[in-house]
Design a protein around this ligand. Structure first.
Ligand code: SF4
Length: 368
C-alpha cells in the first residue's frame, strides 16, 4: 500500500492516490473530489510526487519583460480593469518606436523574452499588430517574441478577414515565435456569458492553439479561477486542455491564474485563499498528466506562496517581468516584477534547484 495512505486517509482519497500511483488518469469526479477534500497535505504530496517524476527538483524561470502595446479594447470582460475606451483618460496605443523607447528605458541586460499582450483595439488595422512585432524584432533580434493570446489572434482574424493560420503566418513572418496562454479564462460558454466574455469562445480558443501547434509552434495555456465558476467548470476546463494536448502535444505549460478582487461586479467576493491557490496548482498537476510544467505565478499569488507551491506540483515561477500591468490594474498586491537574484532566492528558499531557461524550456544555467 502507498505510504501516502494512512489511517487518516478517507476511502475516496485512497482510491485517487492508487489511481495516480498506478499511472491511471483522473476523471471529472476525481478532480471535483480533490477540490472538495480538506486533505490538502495528501493532495499536495501526490502532486509533488507527480512533479518530481517529471522534473525532479528543477524549477524554471526566465529573464523576460512584459509589454503592452495598447489598452484600448472593444471587449468588456467583467473581471478586467486594464481595458479602456478609445479616447478615455489613461488610454494609449504605442507605435513601434514608442515601444522601443519604453523598452530602452526599462530593459535589463539578460532579457531573452518579450511577453506581449494587450487590448483588442479595433481603431488600428491588423497591420499595426504585425508592424509592432516587426519593429521589436528588428531592434532586438536576440529576444524571443512571445506575443498575443488566442483571443487576440481570433480578434485579428475578424479585423483582417484572414484565417487563423494566415494571421499566425503573417505574425510569424514578423517575428512571432509563440503565443501567450491568456484569453482562456474558464473554458465554458455559460461562464463566458455570465462574465461578459464576448471575445473568442471556447471552440475558438482551442482552435487557435490547435492551428498554432499544427504550424509547429509550442504555446502556453492558462485558467483564470476564483469568481462565478464551479469546481466542475474548472475540472472541465483542464480536461479540454488535456484532450487538445493528447491531440497535438503543443502546450509547454499550464498557468493557473488566481483572480484578483478589484472588480466586485464580476462575482468576486474576496481574494482567493492560499488554500484554494495551492489546491488549484496541485489539482492542475494531477489532472494534466500530459503537460510538462505547471506554473506558480507570483504576480497573482505572491512570492512566499509561490515558494510553498513548489512542494504542491509547480515547476515554473515565470520570470522577471519588470513591470506587470494587467493583474495590478485588477488589484494585485504583489511586486510587479522580481530580479533574477530574487527568483533564484525564491526557488532555493523552497529547497529546489533554480534553472534559468529560454522560452522553450531549454536550460541556460542550473544553480545547483
Ligand atoms: S481581458 Fe482582454 S479582452 Fe477582456 S476586456 Fe480586458 S483587455 Fe479586453
Amino acid at each position: 500500500m502507498s505510504t501516502l495512505i494512512t489511517p487518516h486517509t478517507d476511502k475516496r482519497m485512497a482510491e485517487i492516490v492508487e489511481k495516480v500511483q498506478n499511472g491511471q488518469r483522473l476523471n471529472l469526479e476525481d478532480g471535483v473530489y480533490l477540490y472538495e477534500t480538506d486533505d490538502i497535505l495528501t493532495l499536495g504530496q501526490l502532486a509533488n510526487e507527480a512533479n518530481l517524476r517529471k522534473n525532479g527538483k528543477k524549477v524554471y524561470f526566465i529573464e523576460n519583460m512584459s509589454l503592452y502595446f495598447t489598452n484600448v479594447c472593444e471587449d468588456r470582460c467583467a473581471f478586467c480593469n486594464f481595458r479602456k475606451d478609445q479616447g478615455e483618460e489613461g488610454s494609449y496605443t504605442l507605435s513601434g518606436e514608442e515601444m522601443i523607447q519604453y523598452v530602452e528605458q526599462h530593459i535589463h541586460p539578460g532579457v531573452r523574452e518579450f511577453h506581449i499582450v494587450g487590448g483588442h483595439n479595433n481603431h488600428v488595422p491588423f497591420q499595426y499588430y504585425v508592424d509592432s512585432l516587426k519593429a521589436l524584432k528588428e531592434k532586438y533580434p536576440q529576444v524571443t517574441l512571445k506575443a498575443y493570446t488566442a483571443a487576440e489572434i481570433d480578434f485579428f482574424t475578424r479585423i483582417s478577414g484572414l484565417s487563423i493560420k494566415e494571421v499566425l503566418t503573417e505574425l510569424r513572418n514578423a517575428g512571432l515565435e509563440t503565443l501567450t496562454g491568456g484569453g482562456a479564462e474558464i473554458l465554458s460558454d455559460q461562464y463566458r456569458k455570465k462574465m461578459h466574455v464576448t471575445k473568442a469562445n471556447v471552440d475558438r480558443y482551442l482552435e487557435v492553439h490547435r492551428a498554432a501547434h499544427e504550424l509547429g509552434m509550442r504555446t502556453h495555456t492558462t485558467m483564470l479561477y476564483g469568481s462565478v465558476e464551479s469546481y466542475e467548470d474548472r475540472i472541465n476546463h483542464m480536461l479540454q486542455i488535456r484532450d487538445l494536448q493528447d491531440e497535438t502535444n503543443g502546450f509547454m505549460v499550464f498557468i493557473p491564474l488566481s483572480m484578483q478582487p478589484k472588480n466586485r461586479n464580476a462575482g468576486i467576493m474576496r481574494r482567493n485563499s492560499a488554500y484554494e491557490d495551492l489546491k488549484t496548482i496541485a489539482i492542475s498537476r494531477l489532472m494534466l498528466d500530459n503537460i510538462d510544467h505547471v506554473k506558480a505565478y507570483f504576480i497573482n499569488i505572491g512570492p512566499q506562496l509561490t515558494q510553498v507551491a513548489l512542494s504542491f506540483g509547480a515547476s515554473d515561477v515565470h520570470g522577471t517581468i519588470v513591470r506587470e500591468q494587467i493583474s495590478h490594474a485588477a488589484g494585485a498586491l504583489t511586486p510587479a516584477g522580481l530580479t533574477r537574484k530574487e527568483l533564484i532566492w525564491l526557488v532555493k528558499g523552497a529547497g529546489r534547484i533554480p534553472v534559468e531557461r529560454d522560452t522553450f524550456y531549454n536550460e541556460i544555467e542550473v544553480f545547483e
